[in-house]
Design a protein around this ligand. Structure first.
Ligand code: NDP
Length: 340
């Protein structure tokens, strides 16, 4: 199943002419996307940054943007609204301040599928809801644009209230620089499934594998220093993934020694993956796609603003930092100081 890919030639920037474009949030993505859009020729006087009065607002003003602190006023004038504040606060801010005041034909742009897939945003049926979701952190969205390069991005129309959702989504994608390298047709469901799967299935297993590998090798007499360097501080894993992106996931193996290639390929083929597949399916279907995680997360969301042990994230960090790997790394960093 191959996805459609949209390029600059598929997008018509003139569709944005005369439209007031509001960015809610000037953080990681907001600051990068607003600057890219302006540098693509969208006049500064049709761009408005909605942000409370603080350092983010000051950063926007320093870049020459007009800032509105009153969210309801920003909502009233928006033809296009980029929703670029953290996912967990979007429903409250959007539903309370923006939804009641937005124009009936406004275009709402999300950069992550989460709140739309789990139906947490109250937009009107006449409005367009489009996803333009860069697969990069904001600083890379900006630096690649400045270098004249594109960046990977997902695009979709989740609700086509005006009948013009796709052309507008593509025009906005082009304006932020996302169609230069090709924007991949996707959906809020696909984006959410892959994102949460990576966060809740793939990476937890990788963290667990490193944790257990560390303990086994330490038990066999390896030193903390040697292990930390061997396993990640040398940046070898980062290099492997960089090569995987450039040469290919399997082809990068050719850069390793023959002993290593033989060990990796034969070892991976010897693992049947049956238990892992069952575990992955369980997370995907019974935790991500059925909304169970979203429901559970909404119960602890408010506690994430708290300090100390009452914050469940702090508690998870505390427990994780007790593991042998984390303790050893702390000792090594303290001992090696400048070397690390
Ligand atoms: P940030 O954490 O960088 O957002 C910070 C901005 O949100 C600031 O302007 C901040 O202003 C504002 N903000 C925070 N809390 C509130 C609030 N309660 N009310 C109003 N404004 C608030 O977000 P990101 O840029 O990381 O993420 C934005 C979207 O982009 C998300 O949907 C995310 O999933 C998506 N995305 C993020 C990527 C990333 O690399 N980070 C990659 C791709 C997509 P202030 O504190 O002044 O209120």
């Amino acid at each position: 199943m191959s996805a459609k890919i949209y390029y600059d030639a598929d997008a018509d920037l003139s569709l944005l002419k005369g439209k007031k474009i509001v960015f809610l949030g000037f953080g990681n993505q907001g600051s990068a996307q607003a600057q890219n859009l302006r540098d693509s020729g969208i006049p500064n006087d049709v761009i408005l940054i909605a942000n409370q009065q603080d350092s983010y607002a000051e950063a926007a003003k320093a870049k020459g943007f007009v800032v509105e602190h009153d969210f309801e006023k920003a909502a009233e004038v928006a033809d296009v609204l980029f929703l670029l504040i953290p996912d967990q606060v979007q429903p409250r801010v959007f539903n309370e301040k923006f939804a009641p005041k937005l124009k009936p034909n406004a275009v709402i742009v999300i950069a992550s599928g989460y709140n739309v897939f789990y139906k947490l945003l109250n937009f009107a049926p006449t409005q367009d809801l489009v996803m333009v979701a860069p697969r990069m952190i904001g600083s890379s969205v900006r630096s690649l644009y400045e270098k004249g390069k594109g960046f990977p991005c997902f695009v979709s129309v989740e609700q086509d209230g005006t009948g013009n959702g796709l052309p507008i989504a593509l025009a906005l994608s082009r304006a932020i620089g996302a169609t230069k390298a090709g924007a991949i047709a996707s959906s809020a469901r696909e984006e959410t499934a892959m994102d949460l799967f990576a966060e809740q299935a793939l990476w937890p297993n990788i963290i667990m594998l490193f944790r257990e590998a560390f303990s086994v090798l330490k038990e066999a007499g390896c030193s903390d220093e040697a292990l930390c360097y061997e396993m990640w501080m040398s940046k070898e894993p980062a290099e492997i993934f960089e090569r995987a992106a450039e040469d290919g996931f399997i082809a990068q193996l050719k850069h390793h020694s023959t002993v290593s290639q033989y060990g990796q390929l034969s070892g991976a083929l010897a693992l049947d993956g049956v238990a892992a597949r069952a575990h992955f399916k369980d997370i995907l279907y019974n935790q991500v796609l059925n909304g169970a995680f979203c429901k559970k997360f909404s119960l602890i969301e408010a506690d994430l603003e708290k300090d100390g042990q009452e914050n469940p994230l702090n508690e998870l960090y505390r427990r994780t930092e007790e593991t042998e790997l984390a303790q050893a790394e702390k000792r090594v960093k303290a001992r090696l100081g400048g070397l690390v």
